[in-house]
Design a protein around this ligand. Structure first.
Ligand code: 3PG
Length: 400
């Protein structure tokens, strides 16, 4: 793919798609982890002689992490110690005027791209190019820089639409992720152990099937909400979990266990929250009203043995309610096992990477990435929409 080094960037007006989708504290609605904003800086520095329009999504419409980007602008301003212009608009007149008024060296952050309805849907690249977003904005830009690796699996207009109509290249994050991951995948050895947690269950289920089918998952060790879904499918948790589309996801988990009975490992013990205290128990003892917040020590021991015997380990998503000290045991202990294994190791997702850093274990891991779902899908061997868009843009624009 083309990179920033292939272009004379001076004076260009650039659309820079980043992924500043950060964890948001539901009580204060403030950003609780700024890692993805920090990561955007390297590419911004490479673009210092251009007029840069930075765009990102934050959260999903209807979820409690869906907010405007004003907070992100403030964080970026502080981190870079310079002015960041911000407009409370995405594709309308205010955004267009702000873009027109930019001077070389300026950085303008647009509001949450998902305020524009189109950015909440998947499109073919051809149709994405015809969206109102791309037709209104593309005329202002000389170049589209795609640097939102955590959303590389989304075929949204801001990702696959612009490269159809203007030259496009990879930003520094995407360049590095693809280079490192390709290198790692050529040396990756079996057995492949996947440790999966996190809350985006439907996305995860789809990826698990592909990982197994493509020979990239010999053992899938489940943690967090997805572990509860599988335990429900095994009828080891009796009462409903109260999650969206529960019957459908539990049925899918049930089908996966039936097809691949030897692949999945689920918790044998867990920890629940009892008036703020941690109470550990066997999975068989879970009562209807119990809130499962972490793995128990027997499960950590069981999973750690499988991790120790792995050739390649990929871990994504926290193992419990790690933000509460009481319930961070599983997440920390599994990261420790991964860091101390002899396998090729990949740690993925914004939450896990920040815990890893706090534990001082990042140096012991082969590849650390703030991408979650995108990285899981990348490892299945499927070509992600963003990578496809960049490869096609390279063919189209390399000679020009
Ligand atoms: C992520 O955090 O995985 C990315 O920002 C993508 O977010 P999404 O799953 O809401 O598209």
């Amino acid at each position: 793919v083309l990179t920033l080094d292939d272009f004379d960037l001076k004076g260009m007006t650039v659309f820079l798609r980043v992924d500043m989708n950060c964890p948001i504290d539901p009580d204060t609605m403030e950003i609780s982890g700024t890692k993805r904003i920090e990561e955007a800086i390297e590419t911004l520095q490479s673009l210092k002689e251009a007029k840069v329009v930075v765009a990102s999504h934050q959260g999903r419409v209807g979820n409690n992490d869906y907010t405007g980007m004003d907070k992100h602008a403030k964080v970026l301003e502080k981190l870079m110690n310079r002015e960041i212009k911000y407009v409370e608009d995405t594709i309308g007149e205010a955004a267009q005027n702000a873009i027109k008024n930019l001077e070389d060296g300026d950085i303008l952050l647009l509001d949450n791209l998902r305020l524009c309805a189109e950015e909440n849907y998947e499109f073919t690249p051809e149709n994405a190019a015809k969206t109102i977003m791309v037709s209104r904005l593309s005329k202002f830009f000389d170049l589209c820089v795609l640097d939102s690796f955590p959303s590389a699996h989304r075929s949204h207009p801001s990702i696959v639409g612009f490269p159809q109509v203007i030259p496009a290249c990879a930003g520094r994050i995407v360049e590095r992720e693809v280079r490192n991951l390709d290198e790692i995948m050529t040396v990756a050895k079996a057995p492949h152990v996947i440790v999966l947690g996190g809350s985006k269950v439907p996305d995860r289920l789809e990826a698990i099937r592909l990982l197994i089918q493509n020979g990239r998952a010999d053992h899938v060790l489940l943690t967090g909400l997805i572990a509860n879904v599988f335990m429900r499918a095994q009828a080891r948790i009796k009462s409903p979990l109260g999650i969206k589309r529960e019957d459908e996801v539990v049925a899918k988990a049930h089908a996966l266990i039936g097809e691949y009975p030897d692949v999945f490992a689920t918790p044998v013990d867990i920890a629940i929250d009892k008036d703020g205290a941690r109470v550990e128990m066997d999975v068989r003892e879970i009562a209807k009203t119990d809130k499962i917040y972490d793995l128990g020590p027997k499960t950590v021991e069981y999973y750690s043995k499988l991790i120790a015997g792995a050739g390649t380990v990929f871990i994504s998503g926290p193992a419990g309610f790690f933000e509460k000290e009481n319930f961070s045991f599983g997440t920390k202990a599994l990261l420790d096992s991964v860091a101390n294994s002899m396998a090729t190791t990949i740690v993925s997702g914004g939450h896990l990477t920040s815990v890893l850093k706090r534990l001082g274990l990042a140096e012991k891991i082969n590849h650390v990435s703030t991408a979650g779902g995108a990285l899981v899908l990348y490892l299945t061997g499927e070509k992600l929409p963003m990578i496809k868009a960049l490869e096609e843009a390279a063919k189209k624009y390399r000679s020009k």
